[in-house]
Design a protein around this ligand. Sequence first.
Ligand code: GA4
Length: 331
Amino acid sequence: MVVLTEPDIDHLPIIINSCKSPSFFNDIPVIDLSKPDSKNLIVKACEEFGFFKVVNHDVPMEFISKLESEAIKFFSSPLSEKLKAGPADPFGYGNKQIGQSGDIGWVEYILLSTNSEFNYQKFASVLGVNPENIRDVVNDYVSAVKKMSCEILEKLAEGLKIHPTNVFSKLLMDEKSDSVFRLNHYPPCPDIQELNAKNLIGFGEHTDPQIISVLRSNNTSGLQILLKNGNWFSVPPDQNSFFINVGDSLQVMTNGRFKSVKHRVLTNSVKSRLSMIYFGGPPLSEKIAPLPSLMEGEESSLYKEFTWFEYKKSAFKSRLAENRLTLFEKF
Ligand code: GA4
C-alpha cells in the first residue's frame, strides 16, 4: 500500500536503531474468557502489567474481517482523497500528526467518536459508499468489542470483590459514555534501511487516558510495552486475539493498585501494520476517584477529585509521552 506523504526522514526525530531491538514478551498473561478462574487472573494481570491478551472472546470474526477490509480500502485510497476526511481535530483522518501538541509518528489513522454520525460521512465519502454502510460495519464491531470490555470489567470487579459488579462496566454502557474508536495504519518505511536503522516510531510512548483499551491488529508486530523493570518488550502479534490495556482512569479508580501501561508502536521497513482500538471512557460528567470499597483501612486517595471532562481537556492539550496524571496527584 502506498499511502503516506514522502518521508521527511531528516525531520523525524524518531529513528530507533537496530542494535537495541527489545526481546519478545513471551510471558504475557493470556486470559481465557470462558474459564471461571479468569476473574482472578485478570486482576493479577492488571496488577503486574496493566496489560493482557484475551482469547475465547465472543467477537464474531465476520465483524473483524469486514471492518479490516473497509480499513484496507480506505488507507489504499489516494492521499488527496483521504485528506478530505481530515484533519483529525481530534476526529477524522490524520497523517503523521498525532494530537494537537506537535507529536508525530510514521502512522496514518482515522479517529472516530463512537456516538457521532458526522464521522461516518467523512469516512464513507472517501470509500464512495453510503455513510450507513460504513456506520453499520463500525457499529457491529464496536458493539461486540464493548460487550466484551464490559464482560472483562465485570470479571475484574468480581475478582476485586466489589459490589455491584457493574461499577466499571456501567460507565461504558451509559449512553453518554465518551468512548473513542481508532484505526491505525503503519505503512512500511523502506527508506530507513539507508540510515542503517530497522525501526521508526509509528506511535510514540504514552498511556491511554480512558478506563480500558481493546486492541486488535493484523499479524504484523510493532506493539511494545514498558514493564516495571524499565525495559521495553515487543508483543508478539496475534490477529485472533485482543490485547487489553489498563487506562489512566482505571488506575485512579483503583487508587494506583492497577497501573496504566506505557506502550508504543514501531514501524518497520517491510510489513504494514493495521490496528483497530476501542477506548472505553466514562460520560464527561463522571467523577473519577478511587472506589471507596477498594480503600483499605486508613488508606487515603492518591488523587485530587476530577471529572472525566477535566481530565480529558488537560490530556488533549498534553504531549503524548507526558505523565498526564501528575497534575491530579495529591502527593
Ligand atoms: C492516546 C489514546 C487514544 O489514541 C487517544 C489519543 C489522543 C489523540 O490521538 O488525539 C492523544 C493521546 C491519546 C493522549 C494525549 C493527547 C491526546 C494524542 C495526544 C498527544 C485518541 C486518546 O484519547 O488519548
